[in-house]
Design a protein around this ligand. Structure first.
Ligand code: PGA
Length: 253
């Protein structure tokens, strides 16, 4: 069975103290409320990663991820963070290709392919984001646009490498807008993406790939989204900053 994953993307939010408090609360609730079979991934800003990992420790089912990484192995790249550094203290996931990185930092498919390679080379799991703008959705070309993002940045991988990748479908028009894709829209897209993966890697690999939904997911809509057969979890922005909301989403399967 493929993994159910709920990843919290803190983006550029929370001070050190706030991050520590949020982490402690989430870990406590995860244990107290006996959550099982859902992997939680906390993705704070870089300076939080080490202290967050220390707090999480080896709590089964709770992992720590970065929001970005360098496409380079190591060396003179001021301001960058390599996956080798992240791996050295237990970070196990990296979000790649978020629409904010694509738009504000001009990350393109080729750069993202190099980042995917780095993440896999160090044994971490990429959470690879894809999604279309409102314009593209309205033009009706969303399926081919998003499939092309996957082809360009992931389809150079061998089936074995690809089997470690997690996909996050995040329609840009739904991110931080309060406008969620309907559960049917999410299902339709997830099924289309899984079909695209099957065309390249075969049914077995596609059936094992976790595809998360992201974009204004919250405790009120998560149950319906996660109830769809091809929706394997969520990448949660705003609602991941409140422990109770986040845990309620985690419990929505
Ligand atoms: P949101 O963000 O839940 O605040 O819409 C999701 C994301 O950008 O990953």
């Amino acid at each position: 069975m493929r993994k159910k994953i709920v990843a919290g993307n803190w983006k550029m939010n929370l001070t050190f103290e706030e991050g520590q408090q949020l982490t402690s609360e989430i870990v406590q609730m995860y244990k107290d409320e006996a959550i099982q079979e859902v992997i939680v991934v906390l993705n704070p800003p870089f300076p939080h990663l080490y202290p967050v990992k220390k707090l999480v420790g080896d709590t089964p089912g709770v992992a720590v991820g970065a929001q970005n990484c360098s496409d380079k192995e190591s060396g003179a790249f001021t301001g960058e963070v390599s996956t080798k550094i992240l791996a050295s203290f237990g970070v196990s996931y990296v979000i790649l290709g978020h629409s904010e990185r694509r738009e504000y930092f001009k990350e393109d498919n080729t750069l993202l392919a190099a980042k995917v390679n780095q993440v896999l080379a160090h044994g971490l799991t990429p959470i690879f984001c894809c999604g279309e703008s409102l314009e593209i959705r309205e033009a009706g070309t969303h399926e081919e646009t998003v499939k092309a993002q996957l082809t360009a940045s992931l389809f150079h991988l061998s089936p074995e490498e690809f089997s470690k990748v997690v996909i996050a479908y995040e329609p840009i028009w739904a991110i931080g807008t309060g406008k969620t894709a309907t559960a049917d829209q999410a299902q339709e897209m997830h099924a289309a993406l899984r079909g695209h993966l099957a065309s390249k890697y075969g049914q077995a690999v596609a059936a094992q790939t976790s595809i998360l939904y992201g974009g204004s997911a919250n405790p009120g809509n998560a149950k319906e989204l996660f109830g769809k057969p091809d929706v394997d979890g969520g990448l949660i922005g705003g609602a991941s900053l409140k422990s109770r909301d986040f845990i309620e989403i985690v419990k929505s399967f």
